[in-house]
Unconditional design. Structure first.
Length: 408
């Protein structure tokens, strides 16, 4: 392990860690093969500050008596609170131990920043399909595995690879269960090697569960992909990511809230119905719930994909907020001020739009220093584009009518 040779800390992160085929057993075996350091394991699930101090004291004793270094492996290190993590800091700084922390969470959020700054973060990704096949082949032939007693049919291997989803341990578990399904009632009379078929695999693992953590990075990655798919007008992708969340038991109200936000942020007045559809979907999740509300969510997601896109509402309000927060104080124009106060007769006339044929009259509403178009930039698509064009045409016609009456 490079961390032991170079005396640096290390944080291993995966989704989940063991699904990558790099759990504690792998770390221990790698250490024994490549280092001469002592290997101490502590689980953050059951470990305490007392356990950490005992491990550190033992490491100090080894270092002073024989010069042997210690690798301190902490599984699920994110489960340690800040106080427990602080107890490790001096031992890592003084290089009494080489800390290897394993976590399924984002270490930059869950692990003390002082420990992170003294460590190398290594992300362990899921195994490729070819790697899973290699793992299966070794398990079939190895004496510590099935020892050549079974042969895995191609269709069965394909099914295990699909069910595993990059999880090496899940692949081996499925293979072991499938071999038990394939084993005859009387093993003594069976001819070896025995075939493991796709039917055996499906009996052993009838349902696949893809990794999903409702409070971890996978949760945010999938909802991000879902939102970007709707924004990008891709119905198939939106349905796939929606299905991933539904299958994992994600809160349907959370999904509906994200659809509702997108309806205004990425569609807005290009299609005002989008927000109503999203609201209806949210109501359906409250009233109906799973499993039926999956249809309401799918309908709403598909509507968002098919709707014309426009971000004028989000861009406009953000631009206005930026002006309010960074620009000078701007006074309300006198003719727009409230009239229920002494002296309001001197504010100047307010032109009431309904007194004019088009329901509109030229009048300044922005404060001094800001001009039309400062914030609102209508998009070129959908109802919004049509309405902006129609409003401009109505106002032009009103102006032409006023000029004709004046000429007459």
């Amino acid at each position: 392990m490079a961390a032991a040779r170079h005396r640096a800390g290390c944080a291993l992160v995966g989704h989940p860690l063991r699904a990558c085929g790099h759990g504690q057993d792998h770390a221990r075996a790698h250490h024994r093969q490549h280092t001469h350091a002592a290997f101490i394991e502590v689980s953050a699930v059951t470990g305490t500050v007392k356990d950490l101090r005992q491990a550190i004291e033992a490491a100090e004793g080894r270092l002073l008596s024989s010069g042997q270094r210690t690798i301190l492996f902490i599984d699920e290190i994110h489960r340690f609170n800040r106080t427990q993590q602080d107890a490790l800091l001096h031992a890592v700084e003084d290089r009494v131990v080489v800390l290897v922390g394993a976590t399924t969470e984002n270490p930059f959020f869950e692990v003390n920043s002082a420990l992170i700054s003294r460590s190398r973060v290594i992300e362990l990704t899921t195994l490729s399909d070819d790697a899973i096949r290699t793992l299966l082949a070794r398990a079939l032939s190895d004496q510590d595995g099935l020892a050549g007693r079974y042969v895995l049919e191609d269709e069965a291997a394909d099914e295990i690879v699909t069910l595993a989803g990059g999880d090496g341990r899940a692949a081996l578990t499925t293979l072991e269960l499938a071999s038990q399904m394939a084993a005859p009632a009387d093993p003594a009379g069976a001819d070896a090697p025995l075939p493991i078929t796709r039917a055996h695999v499906l009996d052993a693992s009838p349902r696949r569960g893809l990794p999903y953590d409702r409070h971890g990075d996978m949760h945010y990655d999938i909802i991000s992909a879902f939102i970007k798919s709707m924004r990008g007008s891709d119905p198939d992708a939106a349905l796939y990511w929606l299905a991933r969340m539904i299958d994992a038991g994600e809160d349907p109200k959370f999904i509906a809230r994200r659809i509702m936000i997108l309806a205004s942020e990425d569609i807005g007045n290009a299609d005002p119905q989008a927000l109503l559809i999203a609201e209806a979907a949210f109501k359906a999740t409250e009233v109906i719930g799973y499993p039926e509300c999956r249809i309401n969510l799918a309908q709403a997601a598909l509507y968002m994909c098919l709707a014309p896109k426009g971000n004028a509402a989000e861009a406009g309000i953000d631009a206005a907020l930026s002006e309010v927060r960074t620009g000078p104080r701007r006074e309300v124009p006198a003719h727009l001020r409230d009239r229920h106060r002494p002296g309001s007769d001197e504010y100047g006339p307010y032109l009431y739009p309904h007194n004019y044929p088009a329901g509109w009259v030229a009048q300044r509403y922005l404060p001094e220093g800001l001009e039309k178009g400062a914030f609102y930039m209508p998009g070129p698509r959908g109802w919004e584009a049509w309405r902006v064009e129609a409003a401009a045409r109505d106002r032009l016609e009103q102006d032409d009518g006023n000029e004709a009456r004046f000429d007459g």
